[in-house]
Design a protein around this ligand. Structure first.
Ligand SMILES: [Zn+2]
Length: 284
């Protein structure tokens, strides 16, 4: 696509690295930008942000071409400012975490991070951060556990976050040279449970407890780190919320992109049990 094909209202953002890396910067870098293959994209954060932004925009241009009646809202969305950097001019957020990597940081990772950060330092002692990721077969009902009768209660958890993320499954199609040889990705449905639990609780029993009650998951993975620093919170989140963003933005996946955008944008796909003081006595 050449510059003249771009919608006229595309805004060129000026991106500047913050003097001190903020938590936002680290979450954006390690969870989103880290999914870009290193070989093609050197490690400069600004460069990688621009690569990601241009890929998201190309997909939005394609989407607008197919949905010209939605060009106005689509243009807003493609001008959504990247996270983790100082961005000028300021533009409105699109607030759509299912297809926008920046709003994925804003509306998924940051709220979970903030909820875990809200645990007072004294209560973090003896706790660990655990994230369980399960791919599941979608049914009418979302796999969320009830806020008042779920892993938050079984595990004596100080904070519990649950998310659902519809996303293209990782594949190698983009390694093919010819665009016409590439086939679209399969749609994965991913369910996450992130918790702050007593260190003595063993990971397999946490995972089993969730799986046993969650129905029929296809595959699971889990990560855990002691809650000794906020860096560990960022490590756990960026280790478990890895999605192939370039694949979502690939031309071959325009239909999948449209499907996710249309089907999931309005759904509430994040639930958090926040920290409550009275939990501390139970926990220790
Ligand atoms: Zn956005």
């Amino acid at each position: 696509m050449t510059d003249s094909d771009k919608p006229k209202a595309t805004i060129e953002h000026k991106l500047v690295k913050p003097v001190r890396p903020s938590d936002w910067h680290l979450l954006s870098t390690y969870a989103v930008l880290a999914t870009l293959p290193d070989r093609q994209h050197p490690q400069s954060v600004i460069y990688r942000t621009k690569v990601m932004q241009s890929q998201v925009r190309f997909q939005m241009y394609r989407w607008i071409s197919e949905n010209p009646e939605k060009a106005y809202s689509g243009t807003y969305e493609l001008n959504c400012p990247p996270t983790g950097l100082l961005v000028r001019p300021k533009t409105k957020f699109c607030n759509n975490p299912v297809v926008c990597p920046w709003c994925f940081v804003r509306r998924r990772l940051v709220p979970i991070y903030e909820a875990i950060k809200a645990v007072p330092v004294a209560a973090r002692k003896g706790s660990k951060i655990v994230a369980v990721r399960a791919a599941y077969s979608p049914t009418e009902q979302l796999p969320f556990f009830r806020n008042d009768r779920g892993p938050h209660q079984w595990h004596g958890s100080l904070v519990t976050a649950q998310t659902v993320t519809p996303f293209p499954a990782v594949d190698d199609e983009d390694l093919k040279e010819k665009e016409e040889d590439k086939v679209p990705s399969r749609l994965d449905h991913v369910f996450h449970v992130v918790q702050v639990v007593p260190e003595s609780l063993m990971l397999p029993s946490i995972v089993d407890g969730i799986l046993k009650r969650a129905g029929h998951p296809l595959s699971t993975s889990a990560v855990e780190l002691p809650y000794t620093s906020l860096t560990n919170v960022i490590r756990v989140l960026s280790g478990t919320y890895t999605f192939p963003w370039l694949q979502l933005c690939a031309k071959r996946n325009l239909e999948l992109f449209s499907q996710i955008k249309a089907g999931y944008s309005e759904q509430r796909l994040l639930r958090i049990n926040t920290f409550k003081k009275e939990k501390i006595s139970e926990h220790h």
